[in-house]
Ligand binder design. Structure first.
Ligand code: AMP
Length: 116
């Protein structure tokens, strides 16, 4: 099946996830292998493999909703004041493992720069 990634299975409720937000277009759920006290993934339900497949005009509303959800999650998890990190890994050298677009929201500890 096209775009049959683990996140596609979560969208279709074929496998479980700790879902924090769900709308017609966007889902947010906890990362199963958290790299920070707060580690949430925000994904479109639409199967866009990676950030470089985004068309700014076509996906503007979808991306806007993903950022609205990220902002809401940051508030709900209590990291909005302290700060946090939003990350898109893109392709092999970007460290992308799941080819269904996702934004990482990492918070609850001091982030370092440069990233690994
Ligand atoms: P990336 O390396 O940017 O593609 O990130 C993929 C992320 O998905 C990793 O942080 C994984 O821990 C996470 N992940 C993989 N499978 C699951 C799952 N079933 N539920 C939640 N998160 C997952």
């Amino acid at each position: 099946m096209m775009g049959d990634t683990v996140f596609g299975k979560i969208v279709r409720k074929e496998i479980p996830a700790e879902i924090l937000h769900e709308s017609d277009r966007v889902m947010a759920f906890k990362d199963v292998n958290p790299q920070a006290p707060t580690h949430v993934l925000i994904i479109p339900k639409e199967e866009i493999p990676k950030a470089s497949d985004i068309d700014g005009k076509k996906h503007a509303e979808l991306l806007g909703e993903m950022f609205d959800v990220a902002n809401a999650v940051a508030k709900e998890r209590g990291v909005d004041e302290s700060g946090y990190r939003l990350v898109f890994n893109v392709g092999p050298q970007g460290g992308q493992e799941v080819y269904h677009l996702h934004m990482h929201l990492l918070g609850g500890r001091q982030m370092r720069w440069p990233p690994g």
